[in-house]
Write a protein that binds this ligand. Structure first.
Ligand SMILES: C[S@@+](CC[C@H](N)C(=O)[O-])C[C@H]1O[C@@H](n2cnc3c(N)ncnc32)[C@H](O)[C@@H]1O
Length: 306
């Protein structure tokens, strides 16, 4: 399904999995299914692939292949779902985080600053608060914090105050209303960037994106076989920082432990010392690739004794 989404760093990320023909792999962000298809091309008849996506629309791209199982769920529950399918250890996990172009391009989903639409922004429309619910129910400080934390929105306090004042007159339910309020807090020169930051922050809150990533990383350590690969493409500096720290240390705090002799005790060997970024050619062809950062870790067989 090429019109649905154009994957970023596709070759580099699938290459990074170092696919073994008879291995078990997990693509936790199926989207258009192109990354999954590229994995299947490298798998032999005995290989298995589990593909997750929490967006009901992605299910239409399911791949008709006996080696592949589509799981319509949030990847934060990866271990439970794989256990249900009788799998406890895998050879590789691929996460291409964030939203698909399809989600951005459909006005009704409410992700984009470009169209008027309902303020939904949920990837999984079967559960949770919509963006409109967040704007209606969060306190002023909570709103300011989320805009600052996830969007680095510099006028976050002013925007939160405006939202709280405005919602006492009329509920904020449309992207156009949020755009208008955010526009009052931005200068003309940086308006588009400002709006994008506001929308991104709200989307990350609505979908609990940082929580889902931390749950995935934490579970990945126990699920990967020695030599197994964890491949993550992040589009937000907070996510990339979390991945970088985790691969270095094996924990979310980034606490690097050493053995008696001073050797690092991380459960990962860094395959990428620095993040891989898209080539000039990819950047020219696909502007949505510009913030992408790819990192790869290989599970070691280090077992901590204490
Ligand atoms: C950037 S796109 C992935 C594109 C994919 N590599 C491809 O080949 O088209 C991200 C996809 O992951 C899904 N997604 C994001 N967070 C998720 C989560 N926590 N659980 C399950 N799916 C998620 C989104 O719904 C979206 O379809």
């Amino acid at each position: 399904m090429t019109g649905y989404h154009r994957p970023v760093l596709l070759a580099e990320s699938v290459e990074g999995l170092a696919v073994k023909p008879d291995g078990i792999y997990v693509d936790v962000t199926f989207g258009s299914g192109q990354s999954s298809r590229a994995i299947l091309e490298r798998l032999g008849p005995e290989g298995r692939l589990f593909s997750f996506d929490q967006d009901q629309d992605a299910e239409a791209n399911r791949i008709d292949d006996p080696r592949c199982t589509f799981i319509a769920a949030n990847f934060k529950h990866i271990r439970n779902y794989l256990q249900f399918h009788g799998v406890s250890q895998v050879n590789g996990i691929l996460a291409d985080l964030g939203v698909s172009s399809h989600q951005f391009d459909v006005a009704e989903r409410g992700f984009s600053t470009r169209f008027d639409g309902p303020l939904d922004m949920r990837m999984d429309r079967s559960r949770g608060l919509t963006a409109a619910d967040v704007l209606a129910s969060y306190g002023e400080d909570e709103l300011a914090d989320l805009f600052y934390r996830y969007g680095e929105v510099h006028n976050s306090r002013r925007l939160a105050r405006l939202i709280v004042q405005s919602r006492t007159q009329t509920p904020i339910t449309r992207t156009e209303q949020l755009r208008e309020l955010a526009t009052l807090c931005s200068d003309t020169a940086n308006r588009n960037r400002f709006l994008a930051q506001v929308f991104q922050a709200l989307r990350m809150e609505v979908n609990g994106e940082m929580e889902a990533l931390s749950a995935l990383l934490t579970q990945s350590v126990g699920m990967l076989k020695p030599g197994g690969r964890l491949v993550v493409i992040a589009y937000h500096s907070l996510e990339d920082r979390m991945v970088k720290r985790f691969l270095r240390s094996g924990n979310l705090e980034g606490k690097e432990e050493k053995d008696f002799y001073g050797n690092p005790l991380s459960p990962f060997r860094l395959v990428t010392r620095k993040a891989v970024i898209p080539s000039e050619a990819e950047l020219a062809e696909n502007s949505r690739s510009r913030s992408a950062r790819l990192r790869i870790g290989e599970k070691t067989n280090i077992v901590k004794t204490s």
